[in-house]
Design a protein around this ligand. Structure first.
Ligand code: FES
Ligand SMILES: [Fe+2]
Length: 350
């Protein structure tokens, strides 16, 4: 007997309860967010020794620190005395001092001074910060909370070839804009993963891109949507090299988005907050920040984002209603959504 292969034609979209029942989010935290590499920011934010970058992964506070030899280390941002934080915000330090009772740690996580304890009461070598895996790729910093992470580079290195000759590894981080959105994180991902909605939801964006040439390509752990940027209306700079006048939208499983246009990279990190809410961070990076029209770029993104927020929050209501359970994928336009949902199912073993 031949086994039935799951194809986009014979599959349904995820059942709606996956988008609002807490049990699914709890499972996603364990099976996805505590296992997959998570983007936390740009290396240009922590270039010098002592510079620190804070993040949160599946409710775990994380601190990434540039070491004296300029390599990176990452730890839980949790003091081993009674769980206090070592920092409240991104900054530069010479030592890490807990904000609660003042224990002091070296940049490499070793406990140096346990205030209030003498040597007979506590062996400071046993109370270093808890380390986590950290890696860099194309100027971006990723952490992984599992003990034996898979190789991130092997999964996404092909992106370099696909965007060539654009090389965004030295683009400089300029600012972060964060949005709290009343929808499950997967609603946001599903929405991002298709350009099918652009003519309906984003009339201005539709003028800038060549929608008829819009393409989706599926790879093992990421997908790519791209289209030429032909119009003079483009809010991004125009490259001399016509090969670069494209917009690339990469989605790296599970929740990382790279929006690439000539001279600029905007990363989006989609963090679940609870089963019906997510926070999306937009980090803006530029090749030549002095020359880029950053305000125009940010204003345009803001308009598109507000349109996406409106549709995503309404889709969330639709999914929670009694009037819907599951639907179908357009084979021509929704391969990216199908790919993402298939990966979620396989992560959860469902
Ligand atoms: S919790 Fe850090 S010094 Fe007490
Ligand atoms: Fe959109």
């Amino acid at each position: 007997m031949t086994e039935k292969i799951n194809t986009i034609e014979n599959q349904f979209t995820l059942p709606s309860k996956w988008y609002f029942e807490n049990s699914y989010l709890e499972r996603e935290k364990t099976e996805i967010f505590l296992k997959e590499w998570q983007l936390v920011g740009s290396r240009t934010q922590i270039r010098n020794p002592g510079e620190i970058l804070l993040a949160e992964v599946a409710d775990n506070p994380i601190i990434v620190i540039c070491q004296k030899d300029n390599t990176l280390k990452a730890f839980y941002n949790v003091c081993q005395h009674r769980g206090g934080p070592l920092a409240y915000e991104n900054c530069s330090v010479s030592k890490l001092q807990c904000k609660y009772h003042g224990w002091v740690y070296e940049l490499n996580g070793d406990l140096k001074n346990a205030r209030g304890f003498n040597k007979t009461e506590l062996n400071i070598e046993d109370f270093g910060l808890q380390p986590i895996h950290v890696t860099e790729w194309m100027g971006q910093v990723f952490v992984n909370l599992s003990n034996s992470p898979q190789d991130l580079h092997q999964h996404i290195d092909e992106i370099k070839t696909l965007t060539s000759p654009i090389d965004f590894s030295d683009y400089v981080f300029k600012f972060r804009q964060s949005y709290q959105i009343n929808c499950n994180w997967k609603v946001y991902m599903d929405n991002f993963l298709e350009g099918f909605h652009i003519p309906f939801v984003h009339p201005e964006l539709n003028k800038v891109i060549d929608y008829k040439s819009y393409k989706t390509e599926i790879y093992e752990r990421f997908s790519l949507q791209w289209c030429p940027l032909d119009s003079e209306l483009s809010p991004y700079g125009k490259s001399e090299n016509s090969k670069e006048n494209k917009a690339f939208y990469f989605t790296i499983y599970p929740n990382i988005i790279l929006n690439i246009a000539p001279g600029r990279l905007q990363t989006n990190i989609v963090e679940p907050k609870n089963s019906k809410t997510c926070v999306v961070h937009f980090d803006y990076h530029f090749d030549n920040p002095e020359e880029a029209d950053i305000e125009k770029d940010a204003d345009f993104s803001e308009m598109v984002q507000q349109e996406d927020i409106l549709i995503c929050e309404n889709v969330q209501k639709g999914l929670e209603s009694k009037g819907y359970d599951k639907g179908k994928f357009s084979p021509l336009n929704e391969q990216g959504v199908f790919h993402f949902q298939s990966l979620v199912k396989s992560s959860l073993n469902l």
